[in-house]
Design a binder for this molecule. Structure first.
Ligand code: ATP
Ligand code: MG
Length: 336
């Protein structure tokens, strides 16, 4: 049976046997209170050298962007340049922190959140990742704010998330936790794959995984019930399944594999993912291209599931009106 980190199931109320984590210590950088007057215009993140001379004390904390199993993410401003960043403060002593920093250090893609620097927090011993700020927040937050996504915007989400996965998989990096909360958006209409807390670098291309940590609701059948599949799985195919659930969730405006009134406990998820079928979408809810795209992602037999390359060439993605899709996504992400 798969292991899932409880905090990775916030709306699912699952009580699982999970590794405990130390309490989060507040990092030792200055809290902007009251916020200083900004002389220069606020700008989005600008690249910094990865091994920069920056220290946590160079930044003012402006807001909490998110809290998760891996750490707490703050919106921060570099005091000297006024550039804005996201700062993910990772828990002390967590080997996953080093792994996440290592994986982010290997990536440089417009479809993957950029890590500018890794900063030690002197007093607490925590490690903080200085990330580019995705000013639209996570797709989970966008869905909460704006409801179900229009199909044009969804095509752009799919295209950019797939481009991110193609980039990662080509470098033998598998994400293993694709979900709306881990895809970030910018108000320019960009999508960036984020949160590499449980990502892996495969020793060889095509290797299978035996790690079953992740977010249960987005796990593919072969990850959820490994015993039934030889105890290992193709992690690239697993990422595709999770993207399919994500796209369907954004289309429906809610978690799609359980009825709205169903309590999402372990047994219900097991039944839905391993033995059930994806919901039948009513007429008019989705084009044939989108239906076919979702069906290709949510093939229960991972050998028959579409690959990232096949999905990039799928008519739902390749046939989209690029400009209109990007505008639709931009409109959705922009504050109401
Ligand atoms: P979890 O364990 O819940 O998956 P986590 O602790 O590993 O999460 P992240 O997923 O990296 O942490 O970040 C948590 C949240 O913080 C995200 O869902 C998002 O809302 C916000 N966030 C993270 N990074 C950024 C960023 N670069 N720009 C804007 N918001 C961000
Ligand atoms: Mg996350």
């Amino acid at each position: 049976m798969a292991l899932a980190r409880a905090k990775r199931l916030p709306p699912l109320h699952l009580s699982l046997n999970v590794p405990s984590r130390p309490a989060v210590q507040e990092p030792s950088f200055r809290h902007a209170n009251p916020p200083p007057v900004v002389a220069a215009p606020q700008s989005a993140s600008t690249p910094l050298a990865r091994s920069s001379q920056f220290r946590l004390s160079d930044f003012d904390r402006l807001a909490v962007l998110g809290r998760g199993n891996g750490g707490t993410v703050y919106k921060v401003r570099h005091r000297e340049t006024c550039a804005l960043y996201a700062l993910k403060v990772l828990h002390q002593g967590d080997a996953a922190a080093a792994a996440e920093a290592d994986i982010l250090g290997r990536t440089a893609s417009p479809f993957v959140v950029r890590c500018h620097s890794v900063l030690p927090a002197a007093s607490s011993g925590d490690v903080a990742l200085l990330l580019e700020l995705a000013d639209g927040g996570s797709l989970d937050a966008v869905r909460t704010r704006r409801g179900a996504f229009a199909e044009a915007a969804l095509a752009e989400v799919a295209a950019q998330a797939l481009s991110g996965l193609a980039y990662l998989h080509a470098r033998r990096i598998v994400h293993l936790d694709i979900k709306p909360a881990n895809l970030l958006a910018t108000t320019a209409g960009e999508i960036k794959v984020a949160d590499f807390g449980i990502a892996r670098v495969l020793p060889r291309a095509g290797d299978h995984c035996t790690s079953y940590v992740g977010t249960a609701a987005y796990m593919s059948p072969e990850r959820f019930d490994p015993e039934a599949h030889g105890g290992h799985y193709d992690p690239c195919a697993a990422d595709v399944w999770s993207l399919g659930v994500t796209v369907l969730e954004l289309l429906m405006g809610r978690y799609p594999l359980l009825p709205a009134e169903q309590q999402p406990n372990w047994a219900a998820l097991m039944c839905a993912i391993c033995f059930g079928e994806p919901p039948v979408l009513p007429d008019g809810v989705a084009s044939p291209e989108l239906r076919s795209f979702i069906a290709a992602c949510l093939q229960k037999d991972y050998c028959r599931r579409a690959s990232v390359a096949e999905l990039l060439a799928h008519p739902f993605v390749a046939g989209r009106d690029v400009l209109a899709s990007r505008c639709a996504l931009q409109g959705l992400v922009a504050e109401a």
